[in-house]
Write a protein that binds this ligand. Structure first.
Ligand SMILES: [Fe+2]
Ligand SMILES: [Fe+2]
Length: 213
C-alpha cells in the first residue's frame, strides 16, 4: 500500500523531474494539469499485477524513469564515450524523461474501483475491494499514450517509437508479422526504444510488488 503522504511525495517528485529534465517544451504545464485532473497521481498501475494499489501508476512511472536514467548514466553513456558500444550519439535525458514518465498515460481513467468476490479458507464467499478495467478510448496501449501526450506537447520520432513500442513482445503476439517487423525496425532505428522497454520490464518485474487482493 502507498500512503497518502507517499502519494503526495511521489507527485512532487514527478513534477520536479518534469521541470528538471524536460525543460521548456511547450504544452508541458497543460499536460501536467490534465494528468492531475485525470487522477494520474492516485491511479493504480494495474488491476492484478505490479503496483495494483492507489498511487501505483505514478510510482511505476518514477521507477521506469529512475531505472532508465541509471542504465543510461552508468552503463550506456560511459561505454559510448569509451568507444565500446553501438551507440553513435548520446540519448538526450529529456527524451528519456518524456518517454518513461509519460509512457503509461493510457492507464489513466482506466481502472475503476469495484467490489470483487472470492472464497475464503472456509469456502465462504467474501467481498473485497478491487479494480475493473473500463477503457473509454480503446486505441491500443502505447498508441493511446502517444495520442494523449501529443495533444499537449510535440514528441520527437524517437520518443514516439519508444512509447508506442514500450511493451515490446507483449504487444505484438497477436498482430502477426507486420507488428513484429515494425517492432524490430523501431528497436533498430532508435536505442531509446530498447532502453524504455528494458526499464519498464525491470521495474514491473523486479522492483514492484503485487498486492494479493
Ligand atoms: Fe505500459
Ligand atoms: Fe509501464
Amino acid at each position: 500500500m502507498i500512503t497518502e503522504l507517499e502519494m503526495q511525495a511521489n507527485k512532487e517528485k514527478f513534477i520536479a523531474y518534469c521541470h528538471e529534465f524536460i525543460g521548456e517544451r511547450d504544452g508541458l504545464e497543460r499536460l501536467l494539469k490534465y494528468m492531475d485532473d485525470s487522477g494520474f497521481y492516485t491511479a493504480p498501475s494495474s488491476t492484478n499485477f505490479h503496483l495494483n494499489v492507489e498511487g501505483g501508476l505514478c510510482k511505476h512511472s518514477l521507477n521506469v524513469f529512475e531505472t532508465a536514467r541509471n542504465i543510461y548514466e552508468n552503463l550506456l553513456e560511459p561505454r559510448r564515450q569509451a568507444g565500446d558500444s553501438s551507440l553513435n550519439q548520446p540519448i538526450p535525458m529529456e527524451s528519456i524523461a518524456i518517454s518513461t514518465l509519460f509512457h503509461d498515460l493510457c492507464k489513466m481513467q482506466m481502472y475503476h474501483k469495484t467490489e470483487k468476490w472470492k472464497k475464503d479458507e472456509a469456502g465462504r464467499w467474501v467481498s473485497y475491494p478491487g479494480y475493473e478495467v473500463k477503457d473509454d478510448f480503446p486505441f491500443g496501449h502505447g498508441e493511446k499514450s502517444c495520442f494523449i501526450i501529443e495533444r499537449f506537447i510535440r514528441l520527437k520520432k524517437s520518443e514516439l517509437l519508444a512509447i508506442r513500442w514500450h511493451m515490446c513482445m507483449f504487444d505484438v503476439s497477436e498482430q502477426g508479422s507486420a507488428g513484429r517487423f515494425s517492432l524490430r525496425a523501431a528497436m533498430d532505428s532508435e536505442p531509446l526504444v530498447t532502453l524504455v522497454q528494458t526499464a519498464d520490464l525491470l521495474s514491473s518485474n523486479c522492483l514492484e510488488v503485487t498486492t494479493k487482493l
